[in-house]
Design a protein around this ligand. Structure first.
Ligand code: BTN
Length: 325
């Protein structure tokens, strides 16, 4: 956890990017001694912030490296609660697993668990999720909506809309959603979403939304088996992308759409989701646990369930599947 003093120093330096602030000024703003400021400046440098110091002038924030520590995320975050409590790991088995534990330990809503690397990242349908160090975003957000458990799948769709808008804000590239949880660029996956819950038959106790985003991988960074199906924001945009900025924008839109959803229901989100969805109106193949169905994807229900009309005109409700077209 970053200390209050370190946060205060960062906020002061970043709000005066072009001027030097003296140690005394920083100390006054943080309510500590000048010696403490010196120590915290060193800590911030270790976290990847480039801070210039000049004798008789003081300190100036020059830049930051592409890291995802608590301070990297907090600096520039425009939310009330989402992502305000950050639990960061250099390496972890799965952020989902940690978030489940934190949910039981009464961590606040909006808690963000994020890791530079996951050893056993997990995807949908018990698949492994490749989560190497340094290039992606592997994070889980803890929510506590007072809703029945049948509503949980809608959160995958709310999250997909938030991620699409965050990508558009930061990268300005065209992305599309493939039901239920894939975000694609040029038909290749850049983001997967995994919604898990702790609930009884009546009510959700906590929702854990896992988001895996390929951000700065280059083609050589993907293992052979993913080369044809995955890509990254950096490949699509042709430049290195700030991961912290992407996280901040995802948190911002997720908080916004969560609020809209809790106040107005699923209808406004559904409209947006359908406007980004690739598969609607297409002839698709859906591979479910119980077999394969083919037909036209008509749309989604208010519960986020996919409607598929087969060649006999029968409409099937699909809760979970891999789809192709
Ligand atoms: C999928 O498309 O199958 C969903 C992938 C979800 C991956 C993310 S990465 C962060 C979080 N921790 C995990 O172990 N999984 C999710």
């Amino acid at each position: 956890m970053a200390s209050k003093i370190r946060k205060s120093v960062l906020v002061s330096l970043s709000s005066h990017q072009d001027v030097y602030l003296s140690g005394q000024q920083l100390a006054d703003e943080a309510g500590c001694s000048r010696t403490a400021i010196w120590k915290h400046i060193e800590e911030l440098r270790n976290e990847g912030f480039t801070i210039e110091s000049r004798r008789k002038k003081g300190y100036r924030l020059v830049g930051r490296s592409d890291q995802l520590t608590e301070n990297d995320i907090l600096l520039g975050l425009e939310t009330k609660t989402f992502g305000r409590n950050v639990v960061y790991f250099d390496s972890v088995d799965s952020t989902q697993k940690i978030a489940h534990q934190l949910a039981q330990d009464q961590a606040p809503e909006g808690t963000l668990v994020i890791a530079e690397e996951q050893k056993t990242g997990r995807g949908r349908m018990a698949r492994a999720w490749y989560s190497p160090s340094g290039t992606g975003i592997w994070m889980s957000v803890l929510l506590r909506p007072t809703l029945p458990p049948q509503k949980a799948p809608q959160f995958t769709l709310i999250t997909a809309v938030a991620v699409v808008q965050a990508i558009q804000d930061v990268c300005d590239i065209q992305v599309e959603i493939k039901w239920p949880n894939d975000i694609l660029v040029n038909n290749r996956k850049i983001t997967g979403i995994l919604t898990e819950l702790q609930a009884d038959s009546e009510q959700i106790h906590s929702l854990i939304i896992g988001i895996g985003m390929n951000v700065n991988q280059q083609t050589d960074d993907f293992p052979e088996e993913l080369l044809d199906i995955a890509t990254s924001l950096s490949i699509a945009k042709g430049e290195i992308i700030s991961r912290a900025k992407v996280v901040q924008h995802v948190m911002f839109h997720l908080e916004r759409y969560y609020k809209i959803y809790m106040e107005k229901g699923f209808a406004p989100i559904k409209l947006l989701w359908e406007s980004y969805a690739l598969s609607i109106g297409k002839h698709i193949t859906a591979r479910t646990m119980n077999g394969t169905l083919t037909g036209i994807a008509l749309g989604i229900t208010d519960e986020g369930v996919l409607l598929l009309e087969d060649e006999n005109g029968t409409i099937h409700q699909i809760y979970s599947a891999d789809i192709e077209w």
